[in-house]
Design a protein around this ligand. Structure first.
Ligand code: ZN
Ligand code: ZN
Length: 299
């Protein structure tokens, strides 16, 4: 947009200095010409110039398909001490070698789960813009963040296949898209750049959601696991067999979805499953998240 703005101001200042050098009668004539010229030009410029940032309202400084400013795109990373297996915030400092309670009590079937940011504030608003406002162009920005989060995984295999958590078919039809699939598609190019020595495949629809699971709101982690058990299956096990899988989703809450999908993939013959999400809800936020989830009937 800087270029366009420059072009506009240059055009204006040229016009003004030209007008200043003209005799009064010529000035009037020039003004008339300029009026005619200006209106379509300004209309075009206004149509092309971006509006304000959808999240903070500041004027955007350049043309972009995504009406979100750079500072709102930069969401804070998690700074707490995290469970090395699932990314849950640990209660005490100095606990970095120990797992969180859920991982200790019921070890997850996935090798590791990581997330780019904490699901709150701007990070949460960005997910909402994609998911509920259908701002699909945002999938590139957020997909890049998913790719960056993948760098947090230990021992990523040399060859792996990226896939996403499916929505129930009816849900996907009514929403018109699956945000997790948009994120994995948006992540694939940055992933190949970040991991140049790796062979990275993208395989959508590796998993299917068998039934519309009840809203997860208000359920304990154990109830969520029961609720989701058998909710996912692999329609073509041969596409999964002997592969290392990188499973992409938008938000990791209690891990019930990640666990259920990983179980289905491993049962179908996957060698390993690693989970990467854009955002991570932490334990203390879960009650608040569930309230919101109930309202939005996410799944
Ligand atoms: Zn902003
Ligand atoms: Zn854990």
């Amino acid at each position: 947009m800087t270029g366009l703005l420059d072009a506009r101001s240059v055009f204006r200042s040229d016009r003004l200095s030209a007008a200043r050098n003209l005799a009064p009668s010529e000035t009037a004539a020039w003004r008339a010409v300029a009026r005619v010229l200006r209106s379509p030009l300004d209309a075009l410029a206004c149509a092309l110039l971006p509006a304000d940032c959808r999240l903070c309202g500041t004027s955007l400084l350049r043309l972009s398909r995504v009406p979100v400013c750079d500072s709102c795109r930069e969401t804070p990373l998690q700074s707490q001490n995290l469970c090395p297996r699932c990314g849950e915030a640990l209660a005490y400092e100095g606990e970095s070698e120990t797992f969180c309670d859920p991982c200790r009590l019921v070890p997850p079937p996935f090798t590791q789960a990581v997330a780019w940011n904490l699901y709150q504030g701007r990070a949460r608003e960005l997910v909402h813009l994609l998911k509920y406002d259908g701002l699909l162009a945002l999938a590139h920005t957020l997909g890049r963040q998913v790719a960056q989060a993948t760098q947090l995984l230990d021992n990523l295999p040399q060859e792996f296949t990226v896939t996403s958590v499916p929505l129930f078919a009816g849900k996907e039809r009514s929403r018109g898209f699956n945000q997790a699939a948009l994120l994995s598609a948006g992540a694939i190019r940055p992933l190949r750049k970040l991991f140049p020595g790796h062979q990275i495949h993208l395989s959508e629809r590796m998993l299917s959601r068998v039934r519309a699971t009840e809203s997860q709101a208000g359920l304990s982690p154990a109830e969520r696991r029961r609720n989701l058990r058998g909710a996912f299956f692999v329609p073509k096990p041969q596409a999964v067999r002997e592969r290392h899988i990188l499973l992409v989703d938008d938000i990791y809450t209690t891990g019930a979805t990640a666990r259920a999908c990983s179980e289905a993939l491993l049962k179908a013959g996957a060698l390993s499953v690693r989970v990467v999400t854009l955002s991570r809800a932490q334990h203390e936020m879960t009650a608040q998240w569930e309230e919101w989830q109930e309202a939005a009937a996410v799944y």
